[in-house]
Design a protein around this ligand. Structure first.
Ligand code: DGJ
Length: 725
């Protein structure tokens, strides 16, 4: 997997379908290649030496330096920047040596991808150092034998005698000169991860979050595509960050039109003081090259995220079908009201009841009590124990909502510790949703959160936790840090949060955790390392969800996406869609309900029960199978189609937003089937070969009104086996 050719000084990182070549030239680490798999490192005569000072441009502006810094005329974005004790930022990292290690180490204090056995991956560590300042960098690359994802991280050390300030740490990858498009996931609250494609241009393009969370606005993901890339063809180079805080991701097109992709901490809100001997671990970045379009990207990312980012007991287990009371009651509930909803849930086969916001302190609105994680017995008679027990008696598990990183100014916690929130003395503490953010960088705050959440989890049979976070940072500084370290506040917050998540999830390994941030405002691989699912969006409108789930699915698997059936008119869009369509679209993720089941008609309850039965029967295919996008709802007049495939069956969902009179015929071609096998959907009367379904395609039905959807379930028959019977 990782080969080193000493004579040529070439490292060849060879994944299942990609290769990445690094080389040492005059003591500098260069990136020679990233793209389709090469059989070996025979590239003699193909590595161009662009010459030192060959023109007006000095040496490094034209060289593919693997970790570009401010030196020798390099003019582009830097991967590592420090301000040294002399006040300048020149940095000459020179190759010192390498190690090839079996497996993959964990990153100190940060989430990262992992291996279960050492023989499933190899890690290359390369040491570099600046002789003058003692700034030392160790780059790590992990190549997995059966996953097409290259994991990359970096440690910066101060091996000199004087302090310096680290101001930039980015993972950089260079692409071949070409014209490209960019794809990223843009959004806002309730319309997260809308897929956007823009021409790359010839300068720099960057997306970022300085919010202290990966955020609704830009997901930490950026892909560079050949123009005209479709779902199933075209070169895609993509990257994401295993980190949940502020980030920047960008592309910098150099003088020779070779773009460099970079992802890392957002330097607007980050710097780190490094005393002699200090060590700084940068977050992990993941890179994927796919020669076969956007589905090619997803087919490489999904199994990796599912199996080498997500972990724990729930990683491979069928996810429970839940009913959540948030949109059913908001803050206005009683024990009886909750039980009435839960009873209906149990009758239709739901497996988990989740009590959302409002059960603690005096919380009857979003104006108070965050931080006071003590049940409000006046509102919820008998406390968490009684409701949890009653839910268990109905045959369902019980789950609970928390928002542990926050504090309401009107709370006992805030009255006791007004300095525990992020703030700047002498300036207003800007509230959002009437709340402030705890300084998770402080040990005493972390301990308080661990203890208060754990105390509740210990008091009753709680099988599921929804971990919410409903605002972003403003005056996001820690008052306990000296002025020279204030810019460390956001990253220290993340390190503190990760410590808390590590402690709580390890102490309660049976509990299924789902992360949330005002919907999908922190949907990233960092959170998925602790919690194998994320609430995708507060927008549960079926039509909007086809787009949100489309964008999310570019890199995140369906088993990571919460998707619920909610009431109509929809609470976010006021749109009315059929109950069946809401069910069909919610089957694109971890299925559940978020409406007052006790108020639904018998007809809708029957539809709900049918959907629950279907999910139970099919969820192994939906959660573990291959997910393929067939029709993009951002084009195609909003029509959407997607497919789940495993060895036994194919599930196809079709969605049409509005019906046209005298419609033009539309077909949807399936993908990735066995050409010779027969696929049978008895309910819809379709028996066809894989080849026919892929080439002729399914006929998009019509005539059922607006927001119509259809789910086809094909069982696969092997004609040869049938003939033998
Ligand atoms: C935001 C979440 O996205 C919702 O699902 C709900 O849990 C509310 N917070 C509760 O305040």
């Amino acid at each position: 997997m990782i080969h080193y050719n000493q004579q040529k000084a070439i490292f060849h990182l060879q994944g299942p379908t990609y290769s990445y070549l690094l080389g040492v030239q005059d003591g500098v680490l260069m990136q020679w290649y990233w793209g389709g798999r090469l059989p070996n490192d025979a590239v003699e005569g193909l590595i161009e030496n662009r010459g030192e000072g060959a023109s007006f441009d000095t040496a490094f502006s034209r060289q593919p330096v693997a970790v570009p810094t401010q030196e020798r005329g390099y003019m582009g974005q830097r991967a590592v920047s420090v301000r040294n004790s002399e006040g300048d930022d020149v940095l000459s990292l020179r190759y010192q040596g390498y190690r090839i290690l079996p497996g993959k180490k964990a990153l100190q204090g940060l989430p990262c991808s992992y291996v279960e056995k050492d023989d499933e991956a190899q890690t290359l560590e390369i040491d570099m150092k600046d002789a003058l300042t003692g700034v030392a960098v160790t780059l790590s690359f992990t190549v997995f034998a059966s996953y097409d994802v290259l994991a990359r991280s970096m440690v910066v050390k101060n091996e000199g005698g004087k302090p310096f300030e680290l101001t930039d740490v980015q993972a950089a990858m260079r692409l071949p000169a070409d014209s490209y498009e960019l794809l990223h996931l843009k959004g806002a609250w309730a319309r997260e991860r809308h897929a956007r494609r823009v021409p790359m241009g010839e300068g720099s393009y960057a997306i970022k979050s300085r919010r202290g969370a990966s955020g609704h606005e830009n997901n930490p993901f950026l892909a560079v595509l050949k123009p005209h890339t479709t779902e199933d063809q075209g070169d895609v180079y993509a990257m994401t960050h295993v980190y949940s805080g502020s980030f920047s991701a960008g592309v910098d097109v150099g003088i020779d039109n070779e773009p460099t992709m970079m992802i890392g901490l957002c330097s607007d809100v980050f710097s780190w003081q490094m005393e002699p001997g200090a060590v700084f671990q940068a977050p992990e970045a993941l890179f994927v090259y796919a020669p076969d379009g956007l589905n090619g990207l997803s087919h490489r990312m999904h199994p990796f995220v599912r199996q080498r980012i997500c972990r724990g007991k729930w990683r491979d287990l069928p996810r429970p079908i839940l009913v959540n009371n948030w949109e059913a009651t908001y803050f206005d509930f009683t024990y009886d009201k909750l039980l009435a909803i839960a009873k209906r849930g149990a009758e239709i086969g739901c497996e988990l009841f989740v009590l959302d916001d409002g059960w603690f302190g005096r919380r009857d609105s979003d104006h108070c009590s965050l931080g006071d994680w003590v049940v409000n017995e006046k509102k919820l008679e008998g406390g968490i124990q009684r409701i949890a027990q009653s839910i268990n008696e109905l045959g369902m598990q019980f789950g609970l909502w928390f928002e542990p990183e926050m504090v309401s100014p009107d709370s006992d916690l805030y009255r006791a510790h007004p300095d525990w929130c992020l703030h700047v003395d002498g300036r207003p503490r800007t509230e959002a949703r009437n709340q402030l953010i705890l300084d998770m960088g402080r040990k005493e705050v972390q301990d308080y959160v661990i203890e208060s959440v754990s105390a509740v989890l210990r008091c009753a049979p709680i099988s599921y936790v929804k971990w919410d976070m409903n605002r972003n940072m403003s005056e996001g500084f820690s008052c306990v840090l000296p002025a020279s370290r204030r810019m460390e506040s956001q990253h220290r917050y993340m390190l503190g949060l990760y410590r808390v998540l590590e402690e709580i999830t390890s102490a309660f390994p049976e509990v299924l955790f789902e992360s949330c941030s005002g919907g999908g405002g922190r949907f990233d691989c960092g959170m998925l390392c602790y919690m194998p699912q994320t609430w995708t969006s507060d927008d549960t409108d079926a039509c909007e969800r086809t787009r949100i789930q489309y964008g999310t699915s570019l890199i995140y698997p369906c088993s990571a996406m919460g998707a619920h059936v909610s009431a109509v008119p929809n609470h976010q869009t006021h749109r009315v869609t059929p109950f069946q369509t809401r069910c069909d679209v919610a089957m694109g993720g971890n299925f559940g309900f978020e409406l007052d089941l006790s108020k639904q008609t018998e007809e809708d309850l029957a539809t709900a029960k049918k959907a629950v039965d279907m999910v139970k029967k099919l969820r192994s295919t939906m959660q573990q199978g291959v997910y393929t996008r067939l029709l993009n709802p951002f084009a195609n007049e909003g029509r959407a189609a997607w497919q789940f495939t495993d060895d036994h069956r194919v599930i196809v969902c079709l969605y049409v937003p509005y019906q046209q009179p005298n419609p033009q015929p539309h077909r949807v071609k399936l993908a990735g089937l066995e050409a010779e096998a027969l696929y049978v959907d008895e309910e819809h009367g379709v028996t066809a070969s894989g080849a026919a379904l892929m080439n002729l395609g399914l006929i998009m039905p019509h005539g059922q009104g607006d927001h119509a959807s259809w789910v086809y379930v094909f069982e696969k028959k092997d004609p040869a086996a049938e003939a033998r019977l």
